[in-house]
Design a protein around this ligand. Sequence first.
Ligand code: ADP
Length: 320
Amino acid sequence: IKTIGVLTSGGDAPGMNAAIRAVVRTAISMGIKVKGIMRGYSGLLNEEIMDMSIRSVSEIIQRGGTILYTARCLEFKEMSGVMKGKEMCEKHGIDGLVVIGGDGSFRGAQDLSNVGVPCVGVPGTIDNDIACSEYTIGYDTAMNTAMEMVDKLRDTAHSHERCSVVEVMGRRAGHIALNTGIACGACVILVPEKPFDPQKDLLDRIRYSQSVGKRHFIVVVAEGVGSAGDIAGLIQNTLGIDSRTTVLGHVQRGGSPTLRDRVMATKMGYRAVELLSQNIGNRVVAIQKGELVDFEINEALAMQKTIDERLLNIGHAISI
Ligand code: ADP
């Protein structure tokens, strides 16, 4: 392999820049040229491609977002788009590609690998919802941001003896909600993986906490569970506790990446280039039992991840 491309695709996540930096510098150290592809697969199809040097990734390790921008590209879901992607790689001399993104982006990487452009996926998403990996780039920063925000809400919930219902990101995965809820002492944590009974899992728990002396309450709800506003309304109307709703939203996608995200991104980016340098494609880099590993994309996409039941139970036991 002489030249590799690197792109970020799908939802952005803090630490993607650290991964880009690792890819660029690892490749150059191995004598491989690097081209940066802007705006995910759409930039590949539109030839938004630029040469990268050691200095093009200066001053980005601490920055959130992605210097390459990110986009969703419907055209790439069609075989014709993938074939055009292959042509563009040939035209620009790109003989391997690092794709930093989520499951959708890995499907594109798989398609492109199957038509002869070896691709390696690097898990980048705040939700930690990539089954083959215990960890995804951006997850730690997002949780820490959510934790800081809930801490601030807690102060005011405490002063006014209110209930604060906070919606955190996670449409299909409750990992951010669970960990933030534990870290912030939420008395109720609701995740999409576990169906909840409003009476038993919400109202009875708050009532019990109240009976043992609690005067303010934090409820952390993952986005995928339903409307945080409705939950606050239910608490207010049924229990008579003054309740407020806060939807944290995209604040969780930004900010300077934590140490953990920077180090993980650096390791994963390095490994991706190591694989491509050996002409190995159609893989996803992952963390399993704390170790850096990689899987065939097909195998990676077929895996399933569950929520940490033990942590849920611990939360249930102590957050009263
Ligand atoms: P994420 O990578 O964060 O899961 P998306 O699901 O939006 O985000 O996927 C990002 C991009 O990956 C899509 O816009 C599309 O270009 C490409 N992609 C998604 N699914 C497929 C697929 N089945 N085949 C080919 N490309 C895909």
